[in-house]
Design a binder for this molecule. Structure first.
Ligand code: ATP
Ligand code: MG
Length: 590
């Protein structure tokens, strides 16, 4: 079937959508690939849907290739399984919850660990049935706090999620490695430059986890890399604590007047004037800054938390949030300070903090605040700081927390060199879940000795709809979309540039030949002017544009490469072969 522009359900738009933040969003809307139905909820139009199905095809092929089997769950799910694992509440406000007419609780699935575990529990009972990997390509729902950039972060989106079931950890490792390998191939085929980074497992629970980030300036994730090959999502970076320092000879702590020093800069400057050090000037990294936040639990409770970090660093809210998940940090308000009068704003010190202190406020410190380290920090009185306060001697925090920001040049935790910061978009995520879900839901099988053992699980996701946006983002230019062959809606876009009968006939003839050869072809047979058609061809972004126009009289047709912009005049009878060559050697054939 030749698709004709005169009939295709598409309108290209002159203007950017008002809410467009990134080029992919702008072009996908302007080129008539997607249309907003509600915030974070999009309709796929014919061209967009073809791209989406091409991405799905690639994902499906690679999942099938590792022996995973496709199933399809409902999106509307009962509460009970999610209640059993705690996620009905833990998922917090991102979960779409709803009631049926009888008052029963339901949810729209944000991810399906529970359902897959129960399905396998339903049908399997022996180690002989394992290993097993199941997957689906399905619509997911998450009431994202900030739906963004069109389909890049939607509230309804399409994910490929798979789950592996194994009898032991070695089996899980194997299933994990298979998925990891499949993901590498998927993103390679999509033409996305991805970096695999160590990740936090977050609300999902479990242990080892890695993310596949598409390198992109507009990405929401910050990750780090070192020259020696270390790579991690910024949330997952662990700080190596320094060796404990002996403090036998350390002076006793002393409180000093440091008037008007609510900030680290003011403190450092006053300390250098009033309490100068013999060896070198005080610097921000000598100070211990204590930041208080409120931690909002999934059940709505608010508990104060104090975080101690070296004064030259800031608390990174995303890193902090990742540590607290599923609870969330909230700012400590003036009202909160009034409710906790022991906390003197700007001068909070360790003596007022800790579960065993009078305030009972949990106090977690940066790993750099190691035993024996000496600090200048708040004395819990306005205008006063305490000097030479030694960790492990003068105060003992309740534990450590990775909440300080990561800086360009910080050492990689594995010693592989200074860290470099970059941004990316999360395209996929692989988790070794372990037994969290199978335990909660009672997924056990008999092992070879007839003993019941809990199945160990992995969980693996690819953002299928997000991939459409990510590829668009990586390939578009200032004229419009520019699809790689693997997922382009059509391989060839033929523009009949002129009203003469021979032009239209030649264009149609070429379209028919390509169509007969199984090559998806779009024919612009509209009555519009060549200029309008060329502009549309650039916005729509098929990899090859064929212009059948005035030069036909001289026996040539123009081929344009959308990506490079290269134009070649080709003899009419060679055009078909040239197009075959261009299309061949790719795994498209949509
Ligand atoms: P993010 O950190 O971007 O919110 P996530 O870690 O919550 O993603 P996972 O639960 O790991 O997401 O889901 C697997 C994949 O689904 C992600 O790697 C991403 O590609 C995709 N995905 C997640 N949330 C969305 C969304 N709101 N819109 C589109 N794709 C999404
Ligand atoms: Mg993730």
């Amino acid at each position: 079937m030749i698709t004709r522009m005169s009939e295709l359900f598409v309108r290209t738009l002159r203007d950017d959508p008002a809410d467009a933040e990134v080029p992919s969003h702008r072009w996908l809307v302007r080129a008539g690939y997607i249309r907003r139905a509600a915030p974070g909820i999009y309709t796929w139009l014919p061209l967009g849907y073809r791209v989406l199905r091409n991405v799905e095809r690639i994902v499906r092929e690679e999942m099938d290739a590792i022996g995973a089997q496709e199933v399809h769950f409902p999106a509307l799910l009962p509460r009970e399984p999610y209640e059993a694992t705690g996620r009905w509440t833990e998922y917090g406000p991102s979960l779409f919850r709803l009631k049926d007419r009888k008052g029963g609780d339901y949810l729209l699935g944000p991810t399906h660990e529970e359902m897959f575990a129960l399905l396998v529990k339903d049908l399997y009972s022996s180690y002989k049935d394992l290993p097993l990997s199941l997957y689906q390509i399905q619509t997911k729902y998450r009431d994202e706090a900030r739906p963004r950039a069109g389909i890049l972060r939607g509230r309804e989106f399409i994910m490929k999620d798979s789950y592996s079931f194994d009898i032991d950890d070695a089996g899980l490792q194997k299933s994990y490695d298979l998925h990891r390998g499949a993901y590498i191939k998927i993103f390679q085929r999509l033409g996305l430059e991805v970096v695999i980074v160590a990740a936090m497992s977050g609300a999902m629970g479990g242990s080892a986890s890695e993310e596949f980030l598409a390198v992109a300036e507009n990405g929401e994730d910050t990750f780090v890399r070192s020259p020696g090959g270390y790579a991690a999502n910024v949330e997952a970076v662990r700080t190596n604590p320094p060796e404990p320092v002996p403090f036998d000879g350390a002076p006793t702590a002393h409180v000093e007047d440091t008037p008007d020093t609510p900030t680290i800069e003011s403190l450092v400057s006053v300390a250098n004037q009033r309490v100068p050090r013999a060896d070198r000037p005080w610097q921000a990294s000598d100070t211990l800054k204590n930041v208080v936040v409120m931690v909002k639990g999934a059940d709505g409770t608010r508990t104060p938390l104090a975080i101690g970090i070296p004064g030259d660093r800031d608390v990174d809210l995303k890193r902090l949030a990742a540590q607290l998940e599923p609870a969330e940090p909230e700012p400590f308000t003036e009202d909160d300070f009034r409710a906790h009068p022991r906390l003197v704003k700007g001068y909070i010190g360790p003596a007022a903090l800790g579960e065993s202190s009078a305030s009972k406020i949990r106090y977690l410190v940066d790993p750099r605040v190691a035993e024996g380290t000496r600090w200048v920090t708040g004395a819990n009185e306005p205008g006063k700081h305490v000097f030479d306060l030694v960790a492990g001697r003068d105060f003992t925090p309740d534990g450590t927390i990775e909440a300080a920001d990561i800086r360009e040049g910080d050492p990689a935790p594995d010693g592989s060199g200074p860290l470099q910061l970059a941004r990316g978009m999360e395209m996929g995520h692989v988790f070794q879940l372990g037994r969290k879900y199978s335990e909660a839901l009672g997924l056990k099988v008999l092992d070879s000795n007839g003993k019941l053992v809990t199945v160990t699980m992995g969980s693996y996701g690819v953002g299928v709809s997000r991939a459409v946006a990510a590829v668009a983002e990586a390939t578009c230019d200032d004229k419009g979309l520019s699809w790689p062959r693997q997922i382009a809606p059509f391989q060839v876009h033929i523009v009949a540039a002129g009203k003469d009968e021979p032009i239209l006939l030649a264009a149609q003839d070429l379209a028919r030949k390509l169509d007969d050869a199984g090559i998806p072809v779009l024919l612009d047979d509209r009555k519009a002017s060549p200029g309008v058609k060329f502009a549309d061809a650039e916005i729509l972004g098929m990899p090859t544009v064929v212009v059948v126009g005035r030069s036909l009289a001289e026996g040539t047709i123009e081929l344009r490469d959308r990506k490079s912009g290269q134009r070649d005049n080709i003899a009419v009878d060679e055009v078909f072969d040239r197009l075959l060559d261009a299309v061949r050697g790719t795994d498209s054939a949509a």
